[in-house]
Ligand binder design. Structure first.
Ligand code: PXL
Length: 280
């Protein structure tokens, strides 16, 4: 039986990402974040990982044809308000996804260029980085690299002896064709975490966050999905970025450590707050 709200559709976001069995990062992080923020997630699995909360053991890339078929099936059926890209595990997968999203130029695209895990597991070789720059950046509304990923993308564009500062990295990344880049500062040696949004004319906004003491798994996936959720809800880009950082910081502050390794964000912190207020 259809419910009385059969006419209602939540904003729908299509996430391309890899499975992370810990539920900390990857497609599981996207599903939780998008759901927590009132969106419905459509999911295309790009790879399957074997990992625990301490590190990644193995990655099985999904065949590019299977990635394309998963995406085409839902895109021909369901209206999508935003795309979100996470781990892409082969050049062929990057090319297949680039071809699909080219058919939807008006849908905002949030691209989290997952080149390595926060723990240092490498996910992308040079050919993949080149393919991302060439095929995906020109279609990207907002790229969300951490500072390490930003430097790697910038050096792939132009190499020089001294590492460029983050503003210069942003300039090169924007030159590669994306509209905005949000460079996150978790890995920098600063007292607070400084995340800066850059556009064509330089820095747009910079937000500072209290540095949390734990080591977290899945913060980048959470932030990028939260931005995609906000864009799907119709927020303008700068507001989507600010609110998504606030959401992510709260999810991290409420994080928990289910195993022997890193902390995981609690993307449903607000539900637990409500339950606590109700004495549950
Ligand atoms: O945090 C980046 C990331 C994204 N996707 C998957 C991951 C990781 C980090 O480990 O495993 C599947």
């Amino acid at each position: 039986m259809p419910s009385v709200s059969a006419e209602f559709l939540p904003p729908i976001v299509l996430a391309f990402a890899a499975s992370d069995p810990t539920g900390g990062a990857g497609i599981q992080a996207d599903i939780m974040t998008l759901s927590s923020m009132g969106c419905h997630p459509l999911t295309v699995i790009t790879a399957i990982t074997v990992q625990d909360t301490a590190g990644v053991e193995d990655v099985l890339p999904i065949d590019a044809d299977w990635i394309a078929d998963q995406a085409r099936a839902v895109l021909e059926d369901v209206p999508v308000a935003a795309f979100k890209l996470g781990m892409l595990a082969s050049v062929e997968a990057i090319a297949a996804i680039a071809e699909i999203i080219a058919d939807y130029p008006d849908i905002p695209l949030v691209f989290d260029p997952v080149l390595a895990s926060g723990r240092g597991d490498q996910f992308a070789n040079e050919d993949m980085v080149d393919a991302m720059l060439e095929l995906l950046l020109p279609q990207t509304t907002i790229l969300t690299p951490n500072s390490l990923e930003a430097r790697r993308l910038a050096l792939e564009e132009e190499s020089d002896a001294d590492p460029p500062d983050l503003a210069e990295c942003a300039r090169r990344i924007i030159n590669a064709g994306c509209e905005f880049v949000l460079i996150t500062g978790t890995h920098e040696n600063s007292e607070q975490v400084v995340n800066t949004l850059y556009g064509e004319r330089g820095a747009v906004r910079s937000d500072k966050w209290q540095r949390l003491p734990g080591s977290y798994h899945g913060s980048g996936c959470t932030l990028a999905s939260a931005i995609a959720a906000n864009l799907a809800h119709g927020l303008d880009l700068a507001e989507a970025v600010r609110d998504a950082q606030d959401y992510t910081w709260q999810a991290l502050a409420a994080g928990f450590r289910p195993g022997m390794g890193q902390y995981l964000p609690d993307r449903f912190f607000w539900a637990r707050e409500i339950a606590q207020d109700n004495g549950l």
